[in-house]
Ligand binder design. Sequence first.
Ligand code: NAD
Length: 502
Amino acid sequence: MDLTGVLAQLGCDIDLDAPDGLDLDSPIDGSYLGCVSMNSASDTSEIIDASVSASKAWRSVPAPIRGELVRQFGLALRDNKEALGTLVSIETGKIKSEGLGEVQEMIDICDFAVGQSRQLYGLTIASERPGHHMREMWHPLGVSLVISAFNFPVAVWSWNAALSLVCGNSVIWKPSEKAPLCAIAAHKLLADVIEQFDEAPSELSQLAIGGRDVGEALVASPDVDLVSATGSTRMGREVSKVVSDRFGKVLLELGGNNAAIIAPSADIELAVRAIVFAAAGTAGQRCTTLRRLIVHESIIGQVSEKLRAAYSQLRIGSPLEEQTLVGPLIDGDSVVAMQQAIDEARASGAQVFGGESVEVAGCEKGYYVQPCIIESDSQLDVACRETFAPITYVVPYSELAEAIELNNEVPQGLSSAIFTTDVREAELFTSAVGSDCGIANVNIGPSGAEIGGAFGGEKETGGGRESGSDSWRAYMRRQTVTVNYSSELPLAQGVNFDVGGS
Ligand code: NAD
């Protein structure tokens, strides 16, 4: 299906010939996709004002009814899964099954959020004063802003939007300037549901298409109560300074630099299969992509041989072809960044396998690369940075403590994994002295999280948690309530303050 056909199927009438808009090139074959109109930074105050009004109406709608809106959005996603998944592939170059998987993730979070809409629980707390009780109430925040990255162009928004909506907030979405078409199409599905939903104010969810300047203007506004930002650590650093300066709330999901340890007792066949998906899948463009492999010295030769054999079999090509496993990088800058990292590793004396640009017949101007393995005796400086491309750095270790130290040595702290059949090693890795990441897996790779768990990482990954578990709390404000149902007025901590008289 071509772009026009997919957009038509999604009921999206987008002007692809907008004057002074955002120019879009296909990562698949470099062809010009069109120019979409965008907002300017000066439009943002109108968008925010409308969002403030919408949040004031929405916060009084009972949470289970808010959940019903999200349930209906989930149904719309089910009806449009094939078309939206295809659009993700066309615009970002993800292989078709990952494009569809991304939409499935949206459906999953909607289901989760619907259940959550009846479970916005607070604690009840024993009061030290007679005739008093205490409880926690969770209230909507107001306006939530979602800034998303190109590599999960629709799922990340839905993780945030589904929960934020059931929590009673309005939502503004600033998608990646590299994937506005997916955003327009996904947002239209929600906007159509909102239009038909009596209790929902029409501007409950809004879209602000544009570049960094549009994001900056939204982030700076004191009327935006929560900024949930997914993207590079550079972006997160800038956003968090601005938002904390005005005492707003941030939820940051930033860069990762994820490792896996392969211990001597590992099931090597299973480990290699897992590693190839985690390292080369999505062309290395997941925040949870496996970038560093720490292998016990007794098995490193065997692992390396199997890995090189598997990498040489990876089918690289158009993401729209069924058999393709590795699609293109998002743009030419990513290819350059990958080559620079490889050159730096080579200059440090490392051995490099793969990493060349690949010409795909019929897609000669696409950004295809051969996933790369870089072997060295110790962890390279370049391996401590996130290069958003399929490069896997491999280093040996002798003791598990040393492997854990290598895992934790980088500034990012998103995901990690260990392959072992030794229960002591597995437990140590997931203990307080093990991996320092937000995600620690045993016998699966670091990527491919399910929505049921809280997703996010430590250190330069930003510390935010999205999606499952109790992540919903980030979208609400907590109020501690003390009620005196007696006719006395005892003070806490036994304080006496009796003025006498009447
Ligand atoms: P990016 O930081 O270039 O852009 C992300 C978004 O931030 C875009 O919408 C962009 O317009 C906006 N933006 C940039 N600077 C801004 C500013 N100063 N103020 C407001 N908005 C601003 O990231 P990218 O290249 O699109 O995505 C790749 C990066 O995202 C990688 O580092 C990857 O690890 C990370 N990522 C993290 C997660 C996670 O959950 N931790 C998920 C996906 C991607």
